[in-house]
Design a protein around this ligand. Structure first.
Ligand code: UTP
Length: 291
């Protein structure tokens, strides 16, 4: 039985929805409370058992590389000042996993970004985690681990699904499929990109975490450019369904698309409220707001 050890994290996108914050800094480096978004993503991967990560980045994204590298000057400075806690915290970030970087030369879409991982991944199953999306598990098991366990059971590709109001299906890639005897687990039979509510086969949508069998790489090479003149990962997934089984897991947790402004604000508030040192003062302050 094979398991998943490698992950691709696409993080090359422009982040136009978060402008002007993303004019000269990557959206993945924007903090939620005190940690950049991308660190939540890497921690989820590592806590799920991923040991080897390839991040696909683009122009203006060097800060991501630096965040996961050692900063000897800062470490020396913290050591000199006896700031042990901070020192441990920043050392841990650079020791978390084996992280490699590759540059996506032109931003030709998510499918194109995944394609850049082919050499690195080889002939193994692999995970994909979107670098701008935080998935917060309701249990001790990270969402990526929940997805990987489905892969380990069926040795087939698996996609994380979240439920959205039916009226919003036009914004997402929507799954059509049959529920299985396992709670939240679906056998997929179609993917429909951004359907009108009346055409949507369900209200379960693609949520930014995947495990793929390596055959997806061949399909990414043959699909034509799709919507927005981009190589669409969903198009390759649709093709994969013709030759292999695919599962969808309505995971136990919540999704935060930090790449849009409202979700970004909500995520900061919610994660702030989760932190013991901020919970009470933040709650009090929110109650007193007169807006
Ligand atoms: P988005 O659809 O959020 O696009 O990409 P974006 O360009 O990052 O953001 P906006 O729409 O301009 O605000 C989903 C994921 O795919 C990655 C992004 O970095 C994000 O993690 N992506 C997208 C790439 O790596 N390369 C691409 O060419 C496109």
């Amino acid at each position: 039985m094979s398991t998943v050890k490698k992950a691709i994290i696409p993080a090359a996108g422009f982040g136009t929805r978060l402008l002007p914050a993303t004019k000269s800094q990557p959206k993945e480096m924007i903090p939620i409370v005190d940690k950049p978004v991308i660190q939540y993503v890497i921690e989820e991967a590592v806590d799920s058992g991923i040991t080897d990560i390839l991040m696909v980045i683009g122009k203006g994204k060097r800060a991501i590389e630096e965040h996961f590298d050692h900063n000897f000057e800062l470490e020396y400075n913290l050591a000199q000042k006896g700031k042990k806690e901070e020192l441990e915290m920043i050392k841990r970030i650079s020791d978390m996993a084996n992280i490699h970087f590759v540059w996506q030369k032109e931003l030709n879409g998510l499918g194109d970004a995944v394609r850049y991982g082919r050499l690195h991944v080889g002939n193994e199953p692999f995970a994909v985690l979107l670098g701008d999306t935080i998935l917060d598990s309701n249990t001790d098991k990270p969402v990526m681990r929940q997805i990987m366990e489905v892969y380990e059971r069926f040795q087939a590709s698996v996609v994380a699904l979240e439920e959205v109001p039916k009226s919003l299906t036009y914004r997402y890639g929507v799954m059509g499929g049959q529920s299985t005897s396992d709670d939240g687990l679906y056998k997929v039979d179609q993917w429909i990109e951004k359907p009108r509510p009346e055409d949507a086969p369900s209200n379960l949508v693609i949520a930014g975490r995947y495990v793929f069998t390596p055959e997806i790489f061949d399909l990414l090479e043959v699909i034509p450019t799709g919507v927005n003149n981009e190589i669409q990962l969903t198009d390759a997934m649709r093709l994969l369904l013709k030759s292999q089984d695919m599962y969808g897991l309505h995971f136990d947790g919540k999704r935060f698309d930090v790449g849009n402004k409202l979700d970004f604000i909500k995520t900061n508030l919610l994660f702030g409220l989760k932190r013991e040192e901020f919970r009470e003062p933040l709650r009090e302050w929110l109650k007193g707001l007169e807006v």
